[in-house]
Unconditional design. Structure first.
Length: 668
């Protein structure tokens, strides 16, 4: 067929098919560019060969016939009982028995609403597992449910205690009052954090020195409105859900507690609540995760609140001893940046948070889980990458840019806890998430999507919700992704190749080296089903440096700084983790790695406070730097300027930060 003369108009049929052809080409090109790139088959095989985990069930300490799969709830919430029953699985890994290793596990199991303490599976049976008992404290088992735990030395006596937070009451401090011997339930005394007697619905707790006075403080992140009767099937009043999908401010009030004194064997007067710290648009959000870390290098931790149904908040710490003061930070929006990907302006469903240096520039970045369910609700997870310009924070500006899409971490499923960690010690962080919401047999996403587009008057009234009873499924077949960074700089999920793609409804993640082999293990707390510990069995993992950073407890004066390869060689000094301390490891190849002593950032999982550095291909000794506040609130930096750097070989260390800035004691 002859080509039309370019000087004369083309026939209609030619123009029609030419346009169609161009459109088809553009569609093909657009499709190609919208597809995620993928590593080569060979690269995927090489990456898979670097990892291996042994999956061990965490004992429930109760017979299966006692298990439940849904909670009794308020009568006008009965139609959404599965939704209301979707939280309450929590796990912590820490050193509770005082043997120097984070090989003890606390599990909040929703099937029984019991909280257990036990040796981590795969470690020696050093004591018999036991259940924490509220004892003489007022405790209504029918209307109260444990949501998670935080381990810490809350009365500063050198013994690890357990804080349990609940729906239906205020948190309880289980104080360990007897040292030595075999760990047992009798060594723990249940003590009220506050005598208010209020009904709180707590979903996150973290600890750190907020005001810089040297004492550990607490942040309590609450969800449903204080005083609600969410778990009371006999209540006769009316209960309400969030007042909107994007800006709900009718949640429970977030709380701040300052540590006021040490009180061994007693919880009386340990913490004092401080009110009017923040405006109600921050305090009354529906909080699901809280994190604290020093981002601007002034040794006072910033706060990140991950909130459901509204803005997350990054708060700049401007406190002084005894006086809490925080200012919200806001990111700047570029022409191509969606509003919900600007820090301080998002409206996603924040559910988890973690801090790590993702790009190796020496600054901590922020990892946040939201809902990113394909064919459901595809928001985006966040990776707020630091630009390092901390002077901006004084002007209320957040020096962070959202880069989860370019990193390959924007999508996975209905996310909860999220963590960065180096599981193969190659010096590059992996990323893991707890995913899933409600497991059932009938897909209820169409109804949920309809609810999401309705007006706020409908959303807040549970009587007008679709039915989410047992049998409903909302992201119930999600698996927990295991993201590994490939040569192109993007992260890819290798859970299927690693045999870790079993669908789970997971909420909390805890990370620690439980067996002392220099490789990180992790535990996952699951809702209404077995929870698991994944022991790291990688045969090709490199070397690492792991450090327990400790300070003397109870204001005890300990001279000097001591670094030891054996916990027993610290001399029997009673200690606690140096929460908030910033740790830098300078590798022999010039690489600079940063981490911090974490006080429990996230949703319902708590990682060990130990700091871990994978050494990758670097050979030779590393040097260590530590910044912290001592028991008097003084800023301390080690080594001092006139001191030569101390060198570390690969391995496990315990670092005791004493009160006198003298030369470090050489490790044995």
């Amino acid at each position: 067929m002859a080509t039309p003369n370019p000087k004369t108009p083309a026939p209609v049929w030619y123009r029609k098919y030419a346009v169609t052809g161009v459109a088809a080409v553009l569609i093909v090109i657009s499709y190609a560019y919208s597809r995620y790139p993928q590593p080569t088959k060979e690269e995927r095989a090489d990456i898979v060969a670097r990892f291996g985990f042994e999956k061990l069930k965490i004992p429930a300490l109760a017979p299966p016939e006692s298990f439940k799969t849904v909670r009794e709830v308020h009568p006008n919430m009965a139609r959404i009982a599965s939704w209301i029953s979707s939280l309450g699985a929590g796990v912590s890994l820490a050193d509770i028995d005082g043997d120097g290793l984070s090989n003890d596990l606390c599990l909040a199991d929703p099937r029984t609403d019991l909280v257990s303490v036990q040796p981590a599976p795969g470690t020696p049976q050093r004591y018999e597992p036991f259940i924490l008992d509220a004892g003489p404290l007022p405790f209504d088992k029918e209307t109260t449910a444990a949501m998670g735990t935080r381990v810490g030395d809350f009365n500063d006596d050198g013994l690890a205690d357990v804080l349990v937070y609940y729906w239906g009451r205020t948190p309880i401090l289980y104080l360990q009052i007897v040292s030595g011997g075999t760990l047992s339930r009798d060594q723990f005394v249940a003590t009220e954090l506050t005598e208010s007697g209020e009904r709180w619905f707590t979903n996150a707790v973290t600890q750190g020195d907020l005001d810089g006075d040297g004492r550990v403080d607490l942040i309590i992140g609450n969800y449903f409105k204080d005083g609600a009767r969410i778990l009371d099937p006999n209540a006769t009043d009316r209960q309400y859900m969030h007042e909107g999908k994007a800006a709900a401010l009718n949640g429970g009030r977030n709380r701040f507690f300052l540590g006021v004194k040490s009180s061994p064997n007693s919880g009386e007067g340990l913490f004092k609540e401080v009110e009017n710290v923040l405006s109600d648009d921050i305090l009354l959000a529906w909080t699901l995760a809280v994190g604290t870390v020093d981002l601007d290098h002034d040794l006072k931790p910033e706060i990140y609140f991950s909130n459901d149904f509204g803005h997350d908040w990054l708060l700049h710490n401007r406190s002084t001893p005894g006086n809490l003061k925080f200012e919200p930070l806001f990111g700047s929006r570029q022409f191509t940046t969606p509003k919900s990907c600007v820090l301080g302006h998002d409206s996603f469903k924040g559910m988890g948070c973690d801090f790590a240096d993702v790009n190796g520039d020496g600054f901590l970045d922020i990892y946040v889980s939201n809902i990113a369910t394909r064919f459901g609700l595809t928001e985006s997870h966040f990776v707020w990458v630091s630009r390092g310009d901390f002077a901006m924070m004084k002007d209320g500006k957040a020096p962070y840019v959202q880069e989860s899409e370019s990193l390959g971490l924007s999508r996975s499923g209905w996310g909860w806890d999220c963590r960065f960690a180096d599981f193969d010690n190659d010096g590059v962080l992996e990323a893991i998430q707890a995913c899933g919401f409600v497991k059932g047999t009938v897909n209820r996403w169409p109804e949920l999507q309809s609810l999401g587009t309705s007006n706020d008057g409908i959303v807040s009234n549970p009587a007008l919700w679709p039915t989410f009873k047992p049998g409903a499924d909302l992201s119930g077949s999600d698996w927990n992704p295991f993201f590994v960074r490939a040569a192109d700089g993007r992260y890819y999920d290798y859970a299927p190749e690693l045999g870790m793609d079993q669908p789970m409804v997971s909420k909390g993640i805890a990370i620690a080296d439980v067996d002392g082999d220099g490789k990180l293990d992790y535990a996952v707390a699951n809702q209404w089903e077995d929870s698991y510990l994944f022991l790291n069995r990688s045969k090709s993992a490199g070397e690492s440096v792991i450090i327990s950073v400790l300070v003397p407890s109870g204001g005890r004066q300990v001279a000097g700084i001591k670094l030891s390869r054996s916990y027993d060689q610290l001399g029997g000094v009673l200690t606690r983790p140096a929460y908030g301390a910033m740790v830098t490891l300078n590798l022999a190849d010039g690489t600079r790695k940063v981490s911090h002593v974490d006080g429990g950032s996230g949703h319902s999982g708590q990682r060990s406070p130990d700091v871990h550095f994978g050494l990758g291909t670097s050979s030779g000794d590393s040097t260590l730097e530590v910044n912290w506040r001592d028991s008097l609130g003084r800023e301390r930096r080690w080594p001092e300027e006139e001191s030569p750097p101390e060198t570390l070989k690969p391995g496990r260390y315990w670092l005791l930060l004493g009160d006198a800035p003298t030369k470090i004691t050489e490790p044995n």
